[in-house]
Design a protein around this ligand. Structure first.
Ligand SMILES: Cc1ncc(COP(=O)(O)O)c(C=O)c1O
Length: 368
């Protein structure tokens, strides 16, 4: 999708907030804990290249979801370690070798298939993924890991790390977390040789289970200033939201009572009302279910009225505002604030999804 910098809708990103959040989490972890910044999905919508360049001095590695995201970082000049967290297609493994990108190995089947291709894998770096209960990807037995390790090492592959991922680290009930933790610990005990890097902590684990940190953390959500649990758990230290979503009034009118607004005429004015139009819609990731939620104009909450269209939405204003008046959809405006988690709660989803869905049409503007 084409970015639209000439339209007055933008995501304003504070890179300083990202730095602040990393320091806030990391300063509470055991000394020497390595930091991987998870910048997949375009750094959760914040812009992977800009974020990675700004924080590369205070992190040890980057985590991405696939080889193309890793290549984007390498091509932009990032030289730190990059780990692809998902499964990589065999045809792309040589790209990983060529660009010194570390891959996740998640099954013996994958290893055997890769080795059957007869590629020169000398120097390829990998981390082994353990499925301790997430149920997505990863080895579920020590014997599979041993076999994979041996086969990979025989081909000159460097098995640098082993890791797992928790399904419920952001929940009040810790019983399944403890089960997963135990399974991972048992599996590590069974291994004849444990790779040097052992990691299990995403944001939630780093915040609420610091005893599980091992020697590296993989920090995503929290570095962007969001609470990974939504509203379930309090973060015991301050974080700063890194992203604001801003737009402007591009059209303002006074309508009479009983006038329909938007597709389906789902809103009808009850009296004479001022209606403002904003240049963003569901194609920007501001989904249709945001009807009746609020935005901030001049420090005042104003409801979204009528259906959200693909490229525009309409709000009810308390008075006539000039064209070009700033409107905040996420962030602070005057004395008021709309947090991304409120947006997520309204939409029945998680804050992760709200920021990841902000489309490429919205320019990301960086405030240092
Ligand atoms: C394997 C893995 N590690 C770490 C993370 C980062 O998680 P969070 O954003 O909750 O910190 C993710 C994100 O989904 C992940 O899939």
């Amino acid at each position: 999708m084409k970015t639209s910098p000439h339209r007055p809708t933008k995501a304003v990103i504070s890179l300083e907030a990202v730095v602040y959040n990393i320091e806030q989490v990391a300063s509470r972890l055991p000394e020497g804990t390595l930091r991987m910044a998870v910048v997949k999905a375009n750094a959760y919508g914040h812009g992977a290249v800009a974020v990675s360049h700004y924080i590369q001095g205070i992190v040890d590695a980057f985590g991405v979801s696939n080889i193309d995201e890793a290549l984007e970082l390498r091509e932009s000049g990032i030289t730190k370690d990059i780990l692809v967290l998902g499964v990589t297609a065999y045809a792309a493994v040589s790209l990983a070798l060529e660009h010194d990108i570390c891959l996740t190995v998640a099954s013996l089947d994958w290893v055997q298939e890769l080795l059957s291709l007869g590629l020169n894998l000398e120097g390829l770096r990998v981390h082994l993924k353990v499925d301790s209960g997430m149920g997505r990807i990863g080895f579920r037995s020590a014997t599979g890991i041993q076999e994979a390790q041996q086969a990979l090492r025989a081909q000159g592959v460097e098995v640098e790390g082993i890791f797992t991922h928790f399904a419920t680290a952001d929940e009040v009930d810790t019983s399944y977390f403890v089960e997963q933790e135990q399974r991972f610990a048992n599996l590590l005990e069974e291994l004849e040789e444990v790779p040097a890097l052992v990691h299990a902590s995403n944001s939630a684990t780093s915040i609420w289970h610091p005893e599980t940190v091992l020697n590296m953390v993989r920090l995503g959500n929290v570095i962007y200033g969001m609470n990974p649990s939504g509203l379930a758990l309090d973060i015991p230290f301050e974080i700063k939201a890194a992203l604001s979503l801003e737009s402007e009034l591009v059209h303002v009118k006074k309508i009479a009572s009983q006038q329909g607004v938007g597709y389906g005429k789902t809103y009808v004015s009850q009296e004479e009302e001022y209606i403002g139009t904003l240049p963003l819609g569901y194609a920007d990731g501001w989904t249709r279910d945001m009807q009746d939620f609020e935005v901030l104009v001049d420090g005042v909450f104003c409801p979204i009225v009528g259906r959200v269209s693909m490229d525009q939405l309409t709000i009810r204003l308390p008075k006539a505002y000039p064209l070009g008046t700033k409107v905040t959809l996420i962030g602070s405006n005057g004395q008021e604030r709309i947090d991304v988690t409120q947006v997520a709660e309204y939409r029945g989803t998680i804050n992760y999804e709200v920021v990841c869905l902000l489309s490429d049409r919205i320019p990301r503007v960086y405030r240092k």
